[in-house]
Write a protein that binds this ligand. Structure first.
Ligand code: UD9
Length: 384
């Protein structure tokens, strides 16, 4: 039963799931698939198109039927404009579908705009991946405040970890409104690994990269966060060039299509030890994660996936909302200073004992059954 709506929703009212970016697609696909498999409540999926091409890449692995597509992306979009366009774009979809609940994920501007649109329509909002906190309102910007604000609006909070639950309790969220589920990205990773095993041709796009790597150690790097894209870029480029000096390794960098990455691409282009590639669809990317010997990243989801695969990760940020990575024994937060990155990365590539010490496989982010838990809780609320 709805907590916020004045009127009871008619029986058969759907869940409306809103997705804006690649990580939201990857992390919400298992939830939509579980709900559709159970078939206890109808589910509608609405894409905001915050990141148009990357969103398609994230969805490609899961064959999701999409019901509404807002296609809101514009060049150089500012969060303030986007949040406004998500609210005005989503409101007619809410009116047309009359959902029982609205489901958003994580910390994007789409998720915040959708939560606000839901609130204004007097709908209950469920937040998947609730309770992550860096502790710094300004970093990551605007994501940290996006998720705190969504936390104020949501009626149900699906916390991926006990730590996320504790963060929500400390902010005054009622205990009964929180459920610890694990992170749905681990479910997505398992789905992806199963598809790759059954149909190896789905990772054809990764084949030339794997062939170029051959017997060499493969260092997989992704850089896309706003705070990495300014003055940190030359330091990051120098660190990658330092790592690429030895012939026995290949640095692979799938490029996020953000024009602000141009100086990094220019600095690294043409080096025989560095392979720059456009961002990959989820399944070929998972094949690279699986093959990688070391991961350098500022991405959140990749830290979570790496823990389930037991891959060492160096986080190219000063803060993290995922201390479980470090506690679980497969990662360190190293920041963006060249010397610090090299001091940590080189032993991991040359000393098997150092590598083994940071290559623990653990379920600190989830056990791969988060989506089923979330689906059941939502179903029990809507159709008890
Ligand atoms: C502050 C913060 O940490 N916020 C996070 C941010 O997401 P992020 O940092 O994880 O975002 P990305 O790095 O863009 O995506 C990662 C996914 O993309 C896959 N991938 C990668 C490269 C490629 O070439 N092909 C791919 O398929 C990869 O395997 C992984 O699954 O927003 C999310 C949404 O709310 C939050 O959940 C999440 O907290």
């Amino acid at each position: 039963m709805s907590l916020l709506s004045k009127k009871k929703q008619p029986t058969g009212a759907p869940l409306l799931v809103v997705i804006g970016t690649r990580p939201e697609a990857i992390k919400l696909a298992p939830v939509v698939l579980a709900l559709r498999r159970n078939a206890r409540v109808p589910v509608k999926v609405c894409l905001s198109g915050q990141h148009r091409d990357l969103l398609t890449q994230g969805l490609s692995a899961f064959d999701l039927t999409i019901d509404h597509s807002l296609d809101l992306m514009t060049p150089d979009q500012r969060p303030s404009d986007l949040v406004a366009r998500v609210i005005t774009g989503l409101t007619p979809v809410i009116e047309a579908t009359a959902p029982a609940w609205l489901v958003v994920q994580g910390d994007t501007t789409t998720a915040l705009g959708a939560a606000l649109a839901g609130f204004h329509a007097r709908l209950d909002v469920a937040h998947v991946e609730a309770g992550l906190r860096s502790g710094d309102r300004a970093a990551p910007w605007p994501e940290e405040m996006n998720r705190r604000l969504i936390g104020q609006i949501a009626a149900l909070h699906f916390a991926p970890t006990e730590r996320a639950r504790a963060n929500l309790l400390a902010e005054g969220v009622a205990e009964g409104a929180i459920e610890v589920t694990g992170n749905t990205v681990i479910d997505a990773l398992h789905l992806a690994l199963a598809r790759i095993k059954d149909t190896p041709r789905v990772i054809e796009a990764a084949a030339p990269i794997l062939a170029t790597a051959g017997e060499r150690a493969l260092v997989l790097v992704t850089i896309h966060r706003r705070e990495s894209l300014g003055e940190a870029l030359p330091r990051l480029a120098e660190a990658l060039l330092g790592l690429a000096k030895a012939e026995e390794r290949l640095i692979v960098l799938p490029i996020h299509p953000n024009p602000r990455l141009a100086p990094l691409i220019e600095a690294l282009s043409g080096h025989p030890g560095i392979l720059l590639t456009p961002a990959l669809d989820y399944l070929p990317f998972v094949a690279l994660l699986h093959r990688a010997d070391l991961i350098l990243t500022d991405s959140g989801g990749i830290q979570e996936e790496a823990s389930a695969l037991g891959k060492p990760v160096l986080v190219l940020r000063d803060t993290t909302e995922r201390p479980e990575l470090v506690a679980g024994g497969n990662g360190l937060v190293v920041g963006t200073r060249t010397a610090r990155i090299l001091d940590h990365a080189l032993p991991l590539l040359t000393d098997p004992a150092a590598r083994a010490a940071l290559a623990q496989t653990h379920d600190g982010f989830g056990d791969g059954h988060a989506a089923e838990r979330i689906a059941q809780t939502l179903e029990n609320r809507i159709a008890p």
